[in-house]
Design a protein around this ligand. Structure first.
Ligand code: BG6
Length: 345
């Protein structure tokens, strides 16, 4: 089954119940093609095949997380599907929440389909529902107007459509996960069409060191470490760390941020990259459900999405315009900058 599986929790339950009458859950394969991406699966390897990151993967060491899925494309002739659906249901309900679940879930006991999906669903159920009173401060809806992308002029969404619309082509959300590991850590999610570049990226922003021993000797501010995981189009992992600038240090130790850069395309040069659907269809034929979405996951995803849609409806939130080729409405910048952080563009 391809998305959309329903258009809200109630309708997705109905679809799942009817399919469930005919097939056992182990015979139902719900596709989220992001799970078929090599780089998304690599997040599991990064987190659970290395000792380095997991001890720091929590609210004690992490200040915030950003997940960006930016596209340069517009409607691509999918008007009849997209209008009335919008970015929240098209991208956040599925792909972004799956990414979030993999980044934030507890370590599964194995890579079996049950173990991994049990942990994902637990995480999805811990997402704090948005309420009408905080939806304006915690989310932004946008719709692109005419502008330029990749050096070419493009028309606005409503012009492409031929009439005005309330459908959002961009959404940014400040999400919280109410569990021990992530207490108080904001997860900023944003996705949009007609952005300046195509990129899917996760940024882990660590907290500053508890005490700066270099402060007195003139080195000034220490930048907190960050890790940037690029999922597409480039596949690389960069960790920004502080290093001492060479010198005799007569005016104090000078520090500079340097980047540890691992290019996965380079490390695995010559290895054939499979497209997501190739992998997923083979797994399906072999009956392996690990990279498919279980019924309870879809429903947990809708539960959170419904809370946002209900809150949007309660405050009558309309999309704000952004110029095609920009990073979304200015309120999306304000959403994160109010917290003293900024998007990694
Ligand atoms: C699809 C959405 O699920 O994912 C599209 O319906 C979107 O609107 C696409 O363009 C993005 O996928 P990818 O693999 O190009 O990042």
């Amino acid at each position: 089954m391809e998305k959309p599986i329903g258009h809200d929790l109630a309708s997705s339950r109905e679809v799942n119940a009817q399919v469930g009458d005919a097939f056992a859950e182990e015979h139902v394969f719900r596709i989220d093609h992001y799970l078929g991406k090599e780089t998304v699966q690599n997040l599991l390897a990064l987190r659970f095949a290395n000792m380095l990151f997991e001890p720091l993967w929590n609210a004690q060491a992490i200040d915030h997380v950003q997940i960006t899925v930016a596209e340069t494309v517009g409607l691509e002739g999918r008007v009849s599907y997209y209008d009335g659906v919008g970015a929240l249901k098209d991208m956040v309900q599925n792909h972004m929440l799956q990414l979030l679940a993999i980044i934030a879930m507890e370590p599964p006991s194995s890579v079996s389909s049950t173990a991994v999906r049990d942990e994902k669903v637990k995480l999805l159920r811990s997402l704090r529902k948005l309420k009408a009173e905080d939806v304006k401060a915690h989310s932004v809806k946008g719709q692109y107007t005419s502008g330029a992308v990749n050096g070419g002029a493009v028309t606005g969404y409503a012009d492409e459509l031929g009439h005005p619309s309330n459908t959002e082509t961009f959404v940014a959300i400040k999400a919280f996960i109410d569990n021990w590991r992530w207490k108080g850590v904001p997860f900023y999610l944003r996705t949009g069409k007609r952005m300046p570049e195509r990129k899917s990226e996760v940024l882990i922003q660590f907290k500053p060191v508890p005490h700066n021993i270099f402060a007195r000797v003139g080195a000034g501010k220490l930048d907190a470490n960050s890790m940037i995981i690029n999922l597409q189009p480039e596949e690389n992992i960069r960790v920004k760390v502080m290093a001492k600038q060479p010198g005799l240090d007569r005016d104090g130790v000078k520090l500079k941020e340097v980047t540890l850069d691992v290019s996965l395309s380079h490390s695995f040069e010559g290895e054939r990259r499979r497209i997501a659907y190739e992998r997923l269809l083979l797994d399906f034929i072999e009956g392996d459900q690990t990279l498919f979405v279980r019924r309870d996951e879809v429903e947990a995803q809708w539960q959170w999405i419904d809370s946002i849609r209900d809150a949007w409806a309660a405050v009558d939130m309309a999309p704000q315009n952004y110029t095609a080729g920009s990073w979304g409405p200015s309120s999306a910048i304000a959403l994160i900058e109010r917290d003293g952080a900024s998007w990694h563009d």
